[in-house]
Design a protein around this ligand. Structure first.
Ligand code: GDP
Ligand code: MG
Length: 172
């Protein structure tokens, strides 16, 4: 029946402004991409239900909706997260260098059992500043899985959320 599910997981996207968090969520939930830039939307989260090994998994996906620009992401935003998606832009070394700062926020505010995944977004870019092996290495050092995605081409976007749903399903 509509609205029924076996598991509900809260997923939170973090990372510098402009890395493509909103675009990733839009691509996954609406199947669209816009290069014009995406204004802060009036809702806090999107919902998507998918099926994993016969279980209906409902994902509540939280986007930071502009707060990251002012570093005012609050403790409550992290607290109830089942998974954190930490995003950088493969075409911006700055967004990669800021990752440790984001991780320390996660350590400070998220629960100890939170699942983390590292995402190098904008893999379609030809002006890459961060090679894949650097992302992979950082993820390994911090005990996270790693994927490069493109909200523009849709590369690995479904895979990202399916992988998360599977992992969360297996650990709950
Ligand atoms: P946010 O601030 O992290 O939410 O980033 P946005 O989703 O608003 O995206 C910032 C800019 O990057 C926008 O102009 C997007 O169109 C662009 N963008 C987002 N994802 C991609 C991608 O995968 N590839 C490319 N080339 N541009 C992207
Ligand atoms: Mg955004």
């Amino acid at each position: 029946m509509e609205g029924e599910y076996d598991f509900l997981f809260k997923i939170v996207l973090i990372g510098d402004a402009g890395v493509g968090k909103t675009s990733i969520v839009r691509r996954y939930t609406d199947g669209v991409f816009t290069s014009a830039g995406i204004p802060t939307i009036g809702v806090d989260f999107c919902i998507k239900t998918l099926s994993v090994n016969g279980s209906a998994i409902k994902l509540q996906i939280w986007d930071t909706a502009g707060q990251e620009r002012f570093r005012t992401i609050t403790q409550s935003y992290y607290r109830s997260a089942d998974a954190i998606v930490l995003v950088y832009d493969i075409g911006s070394a700055t967004t990669f260098r800021n990752l440790p700062e984001w991780l320390s926020e996660v350590d400070r505010y998220a629960g100890t059992t939170v699942h983390k995944i590292l995402i190098g977004n904008k893999s379609d870019r030809t002006d890459r500043e961060i090679q894949t092996h650097l992302g992979s290495q950082f993820a390994q050092e911090n005990d996270m899985p790693f994927l490069e995605t493109s909200a523009k081409s849709a590369d690995n976007i479904d895979n990202l959320f399916e992988q998360l749903a599977k992992t969360l399903r297996d650990t709950h």
